[in-house]
Design a protein around this ligand. Structure first.
Ligand code: FAD
Ligand code: SF4
Length: 349
């Protein structure tokens, strides 16, 4: 490439951080735009992450250390994108115009709003919390009921807001089964006397070493897995909860009293830039990629690329790898443009 070209990465979670680090190592100028005050994305909320209990802050620190000369704009978002590749102009929320030869959208996901599953009682019953809130308790080493007691019986309900036609989310969020296994182990480590039940539809522990973690949770930690979807929770005067569900292996209705109910909330699309970037969405409302097999980092617009959970649920390692793969796709695009070549998109070769 003759002159240095600038790439704008929008979103500073694991995918955006990994992409920015890789792009600057290729010798490109990189601007990273992050809406929040800190980069790190959802990792800033996690304590230790599956499958290996690495502290989330260690991963963020590592990705930040790879940013080199990347210009990082925090507390900033994008209000307009004009022009076409390789001459985009991005307007930020602070009014700055930033030129970009290519753009990467790595704006991640949102958590499912557990209040939409009213029958589980989130926001109504004190001792019904989400997996995100449990992570904060684990970080403080202080798992307590709202009444300040150490919970003895704890249930984790899988698939909250995922695989559920009623909330229009038919897809599997992919990470919450393994996250439940990890959380159950962590609870048992902090509260060895507790009884822990996972209520699941199917167990989907798809990644390397995930199955082993699932086995360990049963064999070493005594976590009990019950196949059945929670139908409703109700509160007793002492603040504990009665859970009703069908054990789908025996086809029998079941009741379980617990001190704390954890809802394993799934992922939903964050496509707030779809209109600004003029990008289509898939049937799951995540950004559509150009081709599901060959062009997963290409959007439907030349010069605009996608990475991480912006295109669907992924674990951290997958998001990082996807960010780096997007960086390679961007480099290839810019090299072809710089040579005046017709850009070859993987679907069209
Ligand atoms: C409950 C739960 C627990 C999890 N635990 C684990 C685990 O233990 N192990 C594991 O491997 N995975 C885990 N995951 C998955 C992990 O959180 C994701 O893989 C990872 O966060 C995805 O990274 P990302 O960069 O795609 O998105 P995000 O982490 O969502 O980051 C996106 C970033 O973009 C920013 N952004 C959004 N919109 C804009 C905008 N318009 N302008 C500028 N910036 C914007 C956001 O502020 C954010 O910083 C978990 C997921 C959930 C739901
Ligand atoms: S990963 Fe497990 S808990 Fe999450 S949606 Fe899929 S099956 Fe349900």
């Amino acid at each position: 490439m003759e002159k240095k070209q600038q790439v704008v990465v929008i979103g500073g979670g694991p995918a955006g951080l990994a992409a920015a680090g890789q792009l600057q190592s290729f010798g490109l100028d990189v601007v990273l735009i992050e809406k929040q005050a800190q980069v790190g994305g959802h990792l800033n909320k996690w304590y230790k992450v599956f499958p290996d209990f690495t502290p989330a802050e260690e991963i963020v620190a590592h990705l930040k250390s790879q940013l080199g000369n990347t210009r990082v704009l925090t507390n900033t978002t994008v209000t307009a994108i004009s022009g076409e590749a390789p001459d985009f102009s991005i307007t930020t929320s602070s009014g700055e115009q930033i030129p970009a030869a290519a753009i990467l959208i790595a704006t991640g996901y949102k958590h499912f709003d557990a209040r939409l599953k009213e029958e589980y009682g989130y926001g109504i019953y004190d001792n019904c919390i989400t997996s995100v809130e449990l992570d904060a308790m684990l970080k403080e080493n202080k798992i307590r009921t709202l009444q300040g007691k150490i919970p003895k019986k704890i249930a984790l309900a899988h698939c909250v807001g995922s695989r559920d036609e009623k909330v229009n989310n038919n897809y599997c969020s992919r990470v919450c089964c393994t996250n439940a296994v990890k959380l159950a182990i962590e609870i048992k480590e902090q509260l060895p006397e507790s009884e822990i039940y996972c209520l699941y539809m199917d167990i989907r522990v798809f990644g390397r070493t995930y199955e082993e973690l699932y086995r360990t949770s049963q064999e070493e930690f005594g976590i009990q897995f019950i196949r059945g979807r929670l139908s409703e929770a109700s509160e007793k005067p002492d603040g504990s909860l009665v859970l009703r569900f069908e054990d789908t292996l025996t086809a029998r209705p079941m009741r379980l009293s617990v001190d704390l109910l954890i809802l394993m909330v799934g992922m939903e699309a964050n496509t707030e830039l779809a209109e600004i970037a003029r990008l289509p969405l898939g049937c799951d409302r995540f950004y559509a990629t150009l081709h599901g097999q060959y062009a997963n980092n290409h959007s439907h617009r030349e010069g605009i690329f996608l990475a991480g959970t912006a295109t669907g649920p992924k674990a951290i390692m997958e998001s990082i790898t996807d960010g780096r793969s997007a960086a390679a796709a961007i480099l290839s695009f810019l090299m072809q443009k710089a040579k005046g070549m017709e850009v070859k998109v993987p679907t069209l070769v």
